[in-house]
Every structure is written in C-alpha cells, then in structure tokens.
Design a protein around this ligand. Structure first.
Ligand SMILES: C[S@@+](CC[C@H](N)C(=O)[O-])C[C@H]1O[C@@H](n2cnc3c(N)ncnc32)[C@H](O)[C@@H]1O
Length: 391
C-alpha cells in the first residue's frame, strides 16, 4: 500500500490494534482470518505496519513505536530517540526556539525537537514519508509544534526559523553512500543552508566522514550510544568554533579536543584501555591517554596502556595478565591450562577473524574462567594480550 490514509481511518486503526503483537509465525493464519472481514490490502498494510513497529522498538522504545507510523526506509534511516533527544537539548541550550528540520524522514528528530519545546517545520519530499511524519506528530500529541511539509528542501524558505537541522539521505539504490557530495541533498548544499541559519545549525553525517571533509567553521561531534557509534554531527553557531567533540550516551559525557599531539608509544603496562568508538572516530585518543597518564601500544593503533587504573567513561579498562607473540598454538595451550570457558576476542591492527580464532583455540570450554584476548601489534609486532575487564 502506497498510502497511509486507510490505516488512519477508524477501521485501519482498529486493525492495527488487533494485529499489534502478532507472532510472525502466525501472520498467515491471522491474515486469512482478518481478510474475511476487511479488504485484503488493508490487512496486509496493517500487518506490514505492525512489523515495522516491532523493528522500531529498538530505536523509539515500545511505548512510542506502537503508536507511530513507519516506512521501511523510515525506520532504517531515522535517528534513535536517545540521540535525537540529546541533540534537541543542545539546540535548546543554544537558545533555539524554532528549527527547520530539512529531510525529516518519519520524524525521529522532529519529535525530539518538539518534545524539547522547539517549534519545527519538518520537510521531506517523499509523500509517504511526509505522511508518516504527520501521522507521528498527531499520534504523539505534538501536532501543535510540528508542521510537516512535503517538498524538496532546496526549494523551502527557512526564514522565520532560527535554526536549521539537515539529515541528508545517505543511502542510494546501491546501498550506503560514503561520498558526502553524493548525499541527498549534497553536503555542500547543507553547509550553505547551515551557514545561513540565524542562530545555529546541525548537519547529521555518517560517522565515517573524513576529518578533511569537515568545514573549517564547524564543530564536529561524534556520538555513541551504549558504546556503539551512531553518527557524526557538524554544528554551526554552537559557540565552540572548530572544536572536535566525542559524546557518549547515555550520560551524556562529552570530551572536547585540546589539540594534544599523538601519545607516545610505550610497552604494555598493567592496564589496557579500549577507547569508546566515538573517541576513536573523533581522533581524541590523545585526550584520553593524557587523562590516564598512558601511552599507545603502537603508533597506529588506538589502544592505550598505563600502569595505573583510573576509571574513565571514555575507555573500558582491562587488567592484563599475559603477553604472547601471535600464536594460535600457544593461545590454545594457555586457555587449556587456565581452564577457560569463555573467550572474548578483540582486535585492532590484526587481520585475524575473531570467530574463526575462537573456534580454533577454544572448540569447547575447559572450565568456567573468562578471558579477553586482544589481537594487536605492540611496537609493530603481532601480539596477543590477555586480560579481563576491571570491575
Ligand atoms: C536520513 S532520512 C531523515 C531521517 C530523520 N532525521 C529521522 O530521524 O526520522 C533522509 C530523508 O531525506 C529525504 N530527502 C532526501 N533528499 C531530499 C530533498 N532534496 N528534499 C526533501 N527531502 C529529501 C528522504 O526522503 C529521507 O526521508
């Protein structure tokens, strides 16, 4: 079905309620029963929407997801609620009261902005996506704050809004798009729109954006949630100028660049620290190493080592127990000797496939001990470091 309208009728809504928790294994039987009383395309639209809502729970939480409307691309591309809420708070702290959300999708960001008390003009050129954004504003009681417009963002007048947010489409017919100029709209267009915003602007970009592509007048922020890097954002008018920032959610904990030189390389100490992905992507490993009084195991690898344990939100600490040159045979023997039952394999700077290694060295548990092995390089040499997380 290419239209949300039938699902928004009383019959459509009643069907949506009825199929809400349908077990995928029972879908066929449910569809057959419902088609006796309802049009077949409405039944399949309701079942399809129920499936999308289930997929959306991870991003929006069950409470909202079960009330919202999605398209397959819309679920995939939307900002998760935790990240959108954090960004909306930043806008709010900058004194922003109205945002033109250019490329609103099904409204992930628009919803968070409105919940932060910000008025939103939400624009998307895709009719079904814009209809979903409108239905979501209604369903969540935010229609007073969100005006949805179906239009091409390059033709929308944003005067009258004190901030701009652009989340360009980064997927094409052939999958993910890496070149920022191939985004829709292209990054250069979004940057111009951002610079024209009276108070502030934010552009959501892929976390893999090369640092050279960040405009000189933008603050670049990499955001992770629960340790997974979710996105990067380019901020204009955010007060920090050309800063670089790593933000970890929940929290938020935020680390700003101090322009430190690369940390020195040193031999492994008693502790190994694995920096959060947002720290690595934002190239702020030196800032974390300085906090830990640590150095790098290898000049090109983002593992920090130190002699002391200093708790930090920006890296996970492991206490090291063993250091071996890379050898499957030696690792296998050591795991047997230590009665290891669970092995976690982590790697940086190694081409070894963790799952394959685990199968080779620990085909079955020897006991109940848990061990983490880091496959990495120490001053250039392929090395295995064993340890366990510091509690
Ligand atoms: C990454 S999604 C936005 C997701 C949104 N921030 C959310 O959280 O739900 C990008 C959206 O941009 C829209 N889009 C791409 N080019 C556009 C253009 N030139 N004008 C308007 N919308 C556009 C696509 O239809 C798509 O829905």
């Amino acid at each position: 079905m290419n239209d949300l309208a039938p699902l928004l009728t009383p019959e459509g809504r009643a069907l949506l309620d009825e199929v809400r928790d349908t077990d995928p294994a029972r879908e066929l039987a449910v569809a057959t029963r419902l088609r006796r009383e309802h049009p077949a395309d409405l039944v399949s639209a309701a079942l399809g929407q129920a499936r999308l809502r289930q997929r959306a729970v991870a991003k929006f939480g069950a409470e909202d997801a079960r009330r919202m409307f999605f398209t397959p691309n819309g679920v995939e591309q939307s900002t998760r609620a935790s990240v959108a809420a954090y960004r909306a708070r930043r806008f709010r702290e900058l004194g922003v009261v109205s945002v033109a959300d250019l490329c609103c999708g099904i409204g992930g960001d628009a919803i968070a902005l409105a919940r932060a008390g910000i008025r939103v003009l939400a624009v998307d050129r895709d009719p079904l996506t814009a209809a979903a954004a409108r239905a979501n504003a209604d369903a969540l009681g935010l229609a007073d704050l969100i005006e949805v417009r179906q239009a091409d963002v390059t033709e929308v007048d944003t005067a009258g809004h004190d901030a701009v947010f652009v989340d360009p489409a980064r997927r094409g017919g052939r999958g993910r798009i890496f070149d920022p100029e191939a985004y829709s709209p292209p990054l250069s267009w979004a940057v111009e729109a951002a610079r024209a915003a009276p108070r502030a602007a934010a552009l959501k970009v892929a976390p893999g954006i090369p640092h050279e592509a960040v405009p000189a007048d933008a603050e670049a922020e990499w955001i992770s949630d629960g340790g997974d890097v979710k996105e990067a954002v380019l901020w204009f008018g955010a007060g920090q100028g050309a800063a670089v920032r790593a933000t970890l959610l929940p929290g938020p904990r935020t680390l700003l660049s101090r322009g430190l030189p690369d940390p020195a390389v040193r031999p492994p100490g008693r502790y190994l620290y694995e920096p959060d992905g947002a720290v690595v992507r934002s190239h702020l490993v030196a800032e974390v190493a300085a906090e830990l009084d640590g150095g790098l195991l290898d000049a090109t690898i983002a593992y920090v080592t130190a002699d002391e344990h200093r708790p930090t939100p920006y890296a996970t600490a492991y206490e090291l127990t063993d250091r071996l040159p890379f050898s499957v045979k030696k690792l296998k023997a050591l795991l047997r000797e230590r009665r290891v039952g669970t092995l976690t394999v982590k790697k940086r700077g190694s081409a070894v496939e963790p799952e394959e290694l685990r199968r080779k060295v620990l085909p079955k548990p020897h006991g109940t001990e848990s061990v983490t092995v880091f496959l990495t390089r120490v001053a250039g040499a392929p090395t295995m470091l064993l340890g366990h997380p510091v509690r």
